[in-house]
Design a protein around this ligand. Structure first.
Ligand code: NAD
Length: 270
């Protein structure tokens, strides 16, 4: 059901790989709420071609950009501003890649070359995106920028490995750049800390099935789905949350503040 919360707003959505992606679900909801969109993903992801299905559904152009490449980002913002005939109201950064995780390297045996790439793709890319927008003055007053993060930034989830460090850095960039962009243009910058979700990136974590079931049992409301995350992002892009910035916002069914649940106790007693 649409409430026209984003009517007249223009946004860039990074990271829709397939229909399970949080970015994909968010693009659909933003479109439903009246936003105009530009979709972006890494050239290698675009070659898979699935994003074209989404682009048709939400009537949006696709602009390839590797988030670690400043020329790509400049081209993306220029193309988007030309397409919208003006500035941008919101950006979704829904990007993550753990090179060591992917290559099966344990946290105690990190390859630092891979690690640098992980931090660049998953965290400093937010700085790169904000810096590009800042230099071009691309984001409108009261604009909203959201990145997706995970609670492993605050607490240890051993198999999340180097991605925990990447998320901690991402959350820090959110606060630091959020300060400057707030002062300059009232642009808000936040992270949404989402429940484990069955997507390509999510399923890359070792023992994901156990992980997601545990979180489900440890959350009074259960795990939040990608569609529910999309709903939350819509509220954060809307004018109803104009004074929320530099926050890490948990969207996790209560997991982050729950010590133990009856379900988990019951399991432990077996
Ligand atoms: N799935 C979960 O359990 C979960 C939980 C909390 C947070 N998150 C975060 O949500 C975000 C979206 O992940 P998802 O779960 O929808 O998985 P996903 O695999 O669908 O999305 C990850 C996206 O990152 C893109 N990407 C990777 N390298 C890139 C690069 N160099 N340039 C541009 N794009 C690049 C991929 O192409 C892909 O579209 C990530 O930041 C992830 O860490 C996921």
């Amino acid at each position: 059901m649409s409430h026209n919360l984003l009517k007249g707003k223009k946004g860039i959505i990074f990271g829709a790989l397939d229909e399970k992606s949080i970015a994909w679900r968010t693009a659909l909801r933003c479109h439903e709420e009246g936003a105009e969109l530009v979709l972006s993903n890494a050239p290698v992801a675009l070659r898979m071609g699935e994003i074209k299905v989404l682009a048709e559904k939400v009537n949006a152009p696709i602009v390839g950009a590797d988030v670690t490449n400043m020329d790509d980002l400049k081209n993306l913002f220029e193309t988007a501003m030309k397409h919208f005939n003006g500035g941008i109201d919101f950006v979704l950064h829904s990007i993550g890649m753990g090179l060591n995780v992917r290559k099966g390297k344990k946290y105690t045996e990190l390859d630092y070359g891979f690690n640098q790439k992980t931090l660049d793709i998953s965290a400093m890319s937010l700085h790169r995106v904000l810096r590009t927008a800042w230099d071009m003055d691309a984001i409108n007053e009261h604009g909203s920028v959201i990145s997706l993060t995970y609670i492993a930034a605050q607490r240890v989830f051993p198999d999340y490995s180097e991605m925990a460090d990447a998320k901690a850095l991402l959350e820090s960039v959110t606060r630091s750049f959020g300060y400057h962009y707030g002062i300059r243009k009232k642009v808000r910058v936040n992270t949404v800390s989402q429940s484990p979700t069955r997507t390509t990136a999510g399923s890359g974590i070792k023992g994901f099935d156990g992980f997601i079931n545990f979180a489900e049992k440890m959350s009074p409301l259960g795990n939040a789905t990608a569609d529910e995350c999309a709903d939350y992002c819509v509220t954060l892009f809307s004018d109803l949350t104009k004074m929320v910035t530099m926050q890490n916002l948990f969207h996790d069914g209560g997991f982050s503040t729950t010590g133990i649940t009856a379900d988990v106790i019951e399991q432990m007693e077996k």
